[in-house]
Design a protein around this ligand. Sequence first.
Ligand SMILES: NC(=O)C1=CN([C@@H]2O[C@H](COP(=O)(O)OP(=O)(O)OC[C@H]3O[C@@H](n4cnc5c(N)ncnc54)[C@H](O)[C@@H]3O)[C@@H](O)[C@H]2O)C=CC1
Ligand SMILES: CC(C)CCC[C@@H](C)[C@H]1CC[C@H]2C3=C(CC[C@]12C)[C@@]1(C)CCC(=O)C[C@@H]1CC3
Length: 345
Amino acid sequence: MATRLRPANKKCTVIGGCGFLGQYMVERLLDKGYTVNVFDIRQGFQDERVQFFIGDLCSKKDLLPALQGVNVVFHCASPDPFSDNKELFYRVNYTGTRTVIESCKEAGVQKFVLTSSASVIFEGKDIKNGSEDFPYAKHPMDYYTESKILQEKEVLSTNDPENNFLTVAIRPHGIFGPRDPRLVYVLVETAKSGKMKCMIGNGKNLVDFTYVENVVHGHILAAEHLHKDSPLCGKAYHITNDEPIPFWTFLSRILIGLNYEEPKYHIPYWLAYYLALFVSLLVFIISPFIKINPTFTPMKVALAGTYHYYSCEKAKKDMGYKPVVSLDQALERTIQSHSHLRKNS
Ligand SMILES: NC(=O)C1=CN([C@@H]2O[C@H](COP(=O)(O)OP(=O)(O)OC[C@H]3O[C@@H](n4cnc5c(N)ncnc54)[C@H](O)[C@@H]3O)[C@@H](O)[C@H]2O)C=CC1
Ligand SMILES: CC(C)CCC[C@@H](C)[C@H]1CC[C@H]2C3=C(CC[C@]12C)[C@@]1(C)CCC(=O)C[C@@H]1CC3
């Protein structure tokens, strides 16, 4: 049997490779002829073409074996955005990412692609066609976002062409698709519990939801366009579906596709926001005695009730990015793949 030769500059490690985005990254990289290592704290799937390294990214000792002979590292690991654990976000996303960078430098990795988030510029106020020139949020809405800002700043500031270490950050927003462990499940659970009756605000607020394969495409293009003299060095890029959609229309299309009722009533944005603030305050006061993770936080209300869509013109210009799957196709595939959650009529 002929052995397929894999060029040395196509060896990569996907940190967080067992997660939702990470596994799609792995599959596409294999299709494109890369040799792929996965580093994750848990083993989420099996694939004989992949070498798995199970460990904590906060540990250099765990990381180093996964980085030997590797050119490109994709860092898409993070704690769950809704885990509400300030210490964990800081330790994994900030100091952990510093450890990852140090380990990459020590192992001679040349390119580092971070999965950041478009939320790093979101403060709960409308953003329409936001560009990468917008400043980081001065008052991030939760610890997750705060840690993603620290993480992105750290990664971009360590770009060092002189020493052959190049970095770039990809900022997706609202990743969705088949195998997503979060979005559709939360929606269906909320609908089943009868809490999906009201839209927050007037229902017209446009947002970006980005199909997972487009996010993967943006990451791989970034790695392939990251060279010493390229404009990508030390920069952040929004990657979206380039088709902003009203937040509640997006959710309704999934709900209707799975035979659930769409929300019909409206509650004013300010009312929902202050209610969520009040609940957060109560949760904080009782937190020494009881731990509660509220469904509606000010961040979730802001995500559901404001405009926040981002321009991906810079990615189009600098790396030839163009979404590979349209929003219609993406919704169809996502609904189809979640047919086990369909409500029987
Ligand atoms: N899901 C979304 O809508 C968005 C996600 N992002 C970012 O995309 C990235 C991937 O997100 P998802 O795939 O949705 O998350 P996910 O939770 O499915 O995957 C994250 C992976 O990181 C691993 N991980 C967590 N802590 C680790 C540690 N200490 N050491 C090693 N591995 C660890 C987890 O085991 C998991 O497999 C994250 O950086 C997230 O911040 C950005 C924008 C939107
Ligand atoms: C119950 C409903 C009102 C809301 C259900 C949908 C939500 C689960 C998702 C809608 C927008 C999503 C989103 C994220 C997580 C899932 C949603 C809130 C992120 C917070 C994930 C991490 C990020 O970096 C930013 C994302 C923004 C959009």
